[in-house]
Design a binder for this molecule. Structure first.
Ligand code: SAM
Length: 315
């Protein structure tokens, strides 16, 4: 099925936020008024001034990310099983959007992306299937302050529903229209890693798909739903890990990568980042057991996941 492009009635009347920023934001962001108007920016999609590239050394540019401890500041508490560390959306948002841009998270979970978006002065639309989780995410994000200058340009909206259903796309398009925006500036997709963690009993939950094939197809539907709304030259990012099934490595990451490129021919693969996985305490206690099992079974214990970046070609 071809990717649908959603046009909002506001067309080109869209305004992009001019200023934003919080104490959490990188100090050099506005140091010399580094916006698109003043010169080239990193990737042409951010507001990191290329002229000052030596000053934002914490923006990662290598394909191997060794992240330290989880950022637990503010309303990030890390309690939701299966959430990602806030450093992931933080890096992606700063590198691939400008202040005032719109981030879509198709699997919002505990709202990590929405919290980071608000802190960084970006708008966010989050889709989450489970009502209680979605409501908690909305509350956590609402409790995160952002500075007054950004306030008028920023919105945070939660859609409770199935990201793979057309209604989620229609609601997203309606929200863009409501806020007088035409495009999404960044899409972040952090789906369940198939059935590794069961998030609910809901049949629409991707963690309940009965086969890897069904999981991949459903994920493809999610990509088709939202990628048509992505601004040309901007990015879709997929955060995913692999799994073992019946003693075989199942490369979910590469399978979803291929499905993404198959579903939307306007996307090109830009980078594959390998990120370290930090185990929780329970897993750390079981480390010796896993080492023993790995030695006995001839396999390796997962210590990494992927962040795959796809860029939408210019029109
Ligand atoms: C890996 S978690 C995302 C965690 C999130 N990045 C965070 O930091 O909290 C995947 C989420 O997708 C949700 N989910 C599963 N199937 C879904 C679907 N069809 N539509 C929307 N959300 C879904 C699950 O309930 C779960 O919260």
């Amino acid at each position: 099925m071809p990717v649908q492009t959603y046009k909002t009635k506001h067309g080109n009347g869209e305004k992009r936020g001019k200023s934003a920023g919080t104490a959490h934001e990188h100090k050099t962001k506005h140091a010399n008024g580094g916006t698109r108007a003043n010169g080239r920016t990193a990737g042409g999609v951010s507001d990191l001034p290329l002229a000052n590239w030596k000053e934002y050394g914490d923006i990662l540019t290598d394909s191997l990310w060794i992240l330290g401890n989880r950022d637990k500041s503010g309303n990030h508490n890390g309690a939701y099983h299966g959430n990602f560390v806030p450093q992931i959306p933080n890096q992606l948002i700063r590198r691939y959007t400008a202040a005032g841009g719109v981030v879509l998270d198709g699997f919002l979970g505990s709202g990590t992306t929405m919290i980071e978006s608000r802190r960084l002065g970006r708008s966010c639309i989050g889709v989450e299937l489970l009502p209680e989780i979605a409501k908690a995410a909305k509350k956590a994000a609402a409790g995160e302050l952002f500075n007054a200058a950004a306030k008028n340009n920023i919105f945070s909206e939660v859609i409770i529903g199935d990201s793979a259903a057309k209604t989620a796309a229609q609601k997203t398009a309606a929200l863009l229209a409501k806020h007088k925006r035409e495009f999404l500036d960044l899409i972040i997709l952090h789906p369940p890693y198939h059935d590794i963690i069961k998030f609910s009993d809901n049949k629409k939950d991707l963690s309940n798909t009965s086969t890897v094939g069904d999981f991949i197809r459903k994920f493809g539907d999610v990509v088709e739903n939202f990628s048509g709304m992505l601004r040309p030259k901007h990015y879709l990012s997929l955060v995913i890990g692999d799994k073992y099934s019946e003693s075989e490595w199942v490369p979910l990451g590469f399978r979803l990568m291929e499905e993404t490129l198959r579903r939307d021919k306007t996307l090109s693969l830009k980078s594959i980042v390998v990120k370290n996985m930090i185990n929780n305490r329970a897993k750390r206690n079981a480390e010796n057991l896993w080492r023993y099992r790995a030695l006995a079974g001839g396999f390796y214990v997962f210590r990494h996941e992927y962040i795959m970046l796809f860029q939408k070609r210019a029109k």
